[in-house]
Design a binder for this molecule. Structure first.
Ligand code: FES
Ligand code: FE
Length: 452
């Protein structure tokens, strides 16, 4: 195995394909995923006591359950007897899980039932030591995160600068928050998980080249459902766009991009609302009023970010438009060259039905397995993956040097007299700052820790 110095170039300006190869994958599971907070489900999917859904933390299957006491817990979905998958259903409601192999039974994570325990075990088994393996859990605005590392920082500290952006532009608690439509889309792509993660974390550069056909299609159609999204093409009151590297240079590297400002995105959104009817217009005005109220002290109030990646593999899309469903996407690693995407659609809880329908439609139209946007990305990721572990290709590094000497340039327009103090490192719309910081944090985790 090569050294990490060979995998990650000087100042993270290049990444050797080895970082995506089988050589590093096992270490990644141990050092990156076992120590990071990971999104596992949304609490609206388990509203009642004993409700559960299954999920994954990297390759580990987990059960996310609201216990009989109302507390949310996350367990490794693995029987402590001989390792059988304990829960084989996607979701449901049960106070106890009974293993299908020898019927060990677990209630709120504790081993509460062993068949014929007196006869077969002579009562000599300590059930208190054989509960399900449990992860740390924190719930933030309905998003359930879990982490295996008992020494991990709090979720609050882990999100760091990113929390402000999520608070204001994704969760929108003042508007009632989000509700997630049950049942996620799932699809497998033959790519390493870091390719979609670094793309969602800051790659606006690819948009025109990769998604040119979508832009053309939207411009040509008369179907108002197809065109009705928050794509910001309006010319009035020139918008500005930025990226944000949350926790830049320290801690977990979360990337946000397509942060828009100015009146143009709002005007275009209003035009979309008018196409949907008076109920949508009224809701949109109220939403704007509440957001303006919340951010009134902030100069150059951003409209939103649109795309993000919360390290390591939780991607967000659709936050940049009131009429785009919020995609909560986990890129589960399934091997060095295989990723299983789970795509949940979240809608704004207090939106009228016609808006929720539109949000769901637009997200699926773009990000579904057969959508207009996601497959274009996957084709590129697949082509990259085919050359990662080849005899020569594996020695030719990827390039992350865009404007690398200009990371500290001020990207805010000079004409702005009121300089906003947004959390995180603000970068230009097109940049590789976020990707470099993603690999900075990845590298820090990979270089430290117990040998696997
Ligand atoms: Fe679960 Fe035996 S493997 S009871
Ligand atoms: Fe894309």
């Amino acid at each position: 195995m090569s050294t990490l110095d060979e995998a990650i170039g000087q100042a993270h300006r290049s990444v050797n394909p080895l970082a995506f190869s089988r050589d590093w994958y096992r270490r990644e599971l141990e050092r990156v995923f076992r120590r990071s907070w990971m999104f596992v489900a949304h609490d609206s999917l388990i509203p009642s006591n004993s409700d559960y859904v299954v999920s994954y933390m990297a390759e580990d299957p987990v059960i996310v359950q609201r216990g009989r006491d109302g507390k949310i817990r996350v367990y490794l979905n693995r029987c402590r007897h001989r390792g059988n998958l304990l829960c084989v259903h996607d979701r449901g409601n049960t106070p106890a899980f009974v293993c299908s192999y020898h019927a060990w039974t677990y209630t709120d994570g504790k081993l509460t039932g062993v068949p014929s325990i007196r006869d077969f075990y002579h009562g000599e088994i300590d059930r208190s030591k054989l509960g399900l393996v449990e992860a740390k859990v924190e719930v933030y605005g309905g998003l359930i995160f879990a982490c295996w590392d008992a020494n991990a920082v709090s979720l609050n500290d882990y999100l760091g600068d990113g929390r402000w952006w999520l608070d204001h532009f994704l969760l929108r608690e003042e508007l009632g928050g989000l509700e997630v439509i049950p049942c996620q889309q799932r699809y497998i792509v033959p790519v390493n998980w870091k390719l979609p993660a670094e793309n969602f974390g800051g790659d606006y550069f690819h948009f025109a080249a990769t998604h040119g056909s979508v832009i053309d299609a939207l411009a040509q159609t008369d179907d108002k459902r197809i065109a009705a999204t928050g794509a910001t093409t309006a010319k009035a009151d020139k918008p500005h766009y930025f990226s944000v590297a949350a926790n830049y240079g320290r801690g977990a590297a979360h990337g946000f991009y397509e942060v828009s400002t100015g009146q143009a995105p709002r005007n275009q959104e209003l035009a979309l609302a008018q196409r949907l009817g008076p109920e949508a217009v009224e809701w949109f005005h109220e939403r704007e009023r509440l957001l303006n109220e919340k951010l009134k002290a902030l100069p150059q109030r951003p409209y939103s970010f649109h795309v993000a990646n919360i390290f390591p593999n939780f991607a967000l899309v659709g936050a940049g438009s009131a009429f785009y469903g919020k995609g909560l996407i986990v890129h589960h690693p399934r091997g060095p060259n295989r990723t299983e995407a789970w795509v949940w659609c979240a809608v704004e809880k207090n939106a009228p039905a016609i808006v929720k329908k539109q949000q769901r439609f637009v997200l699926m139209q773009r990000q579904a397995a057969a959508g207009l946007v996601a497959p274009d990305d996957h084709e590129n990721f697949e082509r990259i993956s085919e050359t990662i572990d080849t005899g020569v290709g594996r020695h030719v590094p990827f390039h992350y040097e865009m404007a690398i000497g200009h990371d500290d340039d001020d990207p805010l327009p000079k004409e702005w007299k009121d300089r906003p103090n947004w959390p995180g490192k603000i970068g230009p719309r097109v940049s590789e700052i976020n990707q470099r910081d993603f690999y900075r944090h990845w590298n820090t985790l990979m270089e430290t820790g117990d040998e696997e």
